[in-house]
Design a protein around this ligand. Structure first.
Ligand code: 5AD
Ligand code: SF4
Length: 378
């Protein structure tokens, strides 16, 4: 293998599997620091110097699925289920606007019944009517999306018609993680039935793109049965799918899930954190103008998890707006940050860190990815 440092070109990394693999495997800490610096630099040049905020609302932990890794899977009888009411969600939307978050994410377990679908549609219409102090204006966008809060949905696999209905109601970004881009590994971490088919997930991602959303996906890092080669293919998959946004984080076992019996197979917490940050940096080098989140799961493995991701090229943070009362039940994995993590970033150690490094927090902007605008031009 030639000198790794020579692969860091000013315009990024070439999508070569052997190079990416070498970066994930190298024990040369000095070289890895250079990778992070290069990723941070290219992020500044191609996606701007700032960090975008999205207020996260965990609207319900009811889910029809049984993903083998997830604490809120349908069959986990130990989870106390909740649904935020429409008024509670609108209230959180107003809270986001007050805190100066121009974008929000509605996340929840997967449900496809009509009652749920129309509740979301109504909510989107309500949320779009909330006045922003800064009065964000989406310019040339379609009128139903041009003003108000920027809304991202993360509500699982739906039909193309439902995706369209929600898009027309005002959502314009959608997150749907592929979890692993390898069909065989996907099969090992999901039940083997139609509800959990890999092909269905791919179709959903394609439908989102057809409807017009900015599409985000992502994977878990450090899963049982996952090799570094899988992760390299995940990176190449993101490029091939030409995604606009990505959220990736370490796998963290949840004690009440079937996958937890394989916890002895996974890399150490330290290695999962390290791999996750390297994945952020490598993706930034491959896709300089997409939005990459510094995810919450990183924070479970280190107090500085999100900071490390920012230093490696991430540019989105999602402060949790959900009331503490419900938050503890949105229990995806063990040790998920709860009461200690505040919705308002002002005066937090994280905000101070950004200030010290002169990284502006871009309040009052939707923060769409530059990649999306470049796609629009093409
Ligand atoms: N560890 C890390 N991330 C998890 N998620 C679900 N369960 C876990 C876990 N045990 C992530 C999945 C899913 C998102 C909602 O939460 O990637 O897409
Ligand atoms: Fe449901 Fe998502 Fe958890 Fe799967 S990962 S069980 S779809 S909430």
């Amino acid at each position: 293998m030639r000198n790794l440092l020579e692969t860091l070109r000013p315009e990024g990394l070439l999508p070569q599997a052997d190079v990416l693999l070498a970066w994930l495997k190298t024990t040369d800490r000095e070289a890895v620091s250079r990778l992070y610096e290069a990723a941070f630099r290219i992020k500044n040049e191609r996606s701007g110097p700032g960090v975008f905020l999205r207020g996260l609302m965990e609207i319900s932990n009811r889910c029809q699925k049984n993903c083998l890794y997830c604490g809120i899977r349908h069959q986990n009888a130990a989870t106390l289920r909740y649904d935020l009411s429409e008024e509670e969600i609108l209230q959180l939307g107003r809270k986001a606007a007050e805190l100066g978050y121009a974008s929000i994410v509605l996340q929840g377990g997967e449900r496809t019944d009509n009652k749920f679908v129309s509740k979301i549609t109504r909510l989107l219409q309500g949320l779009k009517n909330i006045e922003l102090k800064s009065g964000v204006d989406g310019g040339t966008r379609k009128p139903h999306q041009a003003k108000g809060l920027g809304i991202t949905l993360s509500l699982g696999e739906q039909t193309e018609e439902v995706y369209r209905e929600w898009y027309e109601a005002g959502a314009h970004r959608y997150l749907l993680r592929i979890e692993s881009s390898d069909p065989e590994l996907y099969g090992k971490i999901h039940p083997n039935d139609r509800l959990h088919a890999y092909e269905r997930r791919i179709e959903a991602l394609e439908a989102l793109r057809r409807v017009g959303y900015q599409v985000g996906t992502g994977v878990m890092i450090g899963l049982p049965f996952q090799s570094e080669e899988h992760l390299v293919n995940d990176l190449l998959f993101f490029r091939q799918m030409d995604i606009d946004m990505c959220g990736m984080g370490p796998y963290i076992p949840h004690h009440d899930t079937p996958l937890a019996v394989h916890a002895h197979l996974i890399p150490s917490a330290e290695r999962r954190l390290d791999l996750s940050i390297r994945m952020v940096a490598l993706l930034r080098m491959l896709m300089p103008n997409i939005n990459i989140a510094a995810t919450t799961a990183l924070q479970v493995l280190s107090d500085r998890g999100r900071e490390l991701a920012i230093e490696a090229g991430a540019n989105v943070v999602m402060p949790n707006l959900t009331d503490l009362l419900y938050r503890s039940n949105y229990d995806l994995y063990d040790g998920k940050p709860g009461a200690s993590v505040d919705a308002d970033l002002t005066d937090s150690p994280f905000a101070r860190y950004l200030q010290e490094r002169n990284i502006p927090i871009l309040r009052g902007e939707w923060g769409d990815s530059m990649h999306y605008f470049a796609r629009q031009r093409d």
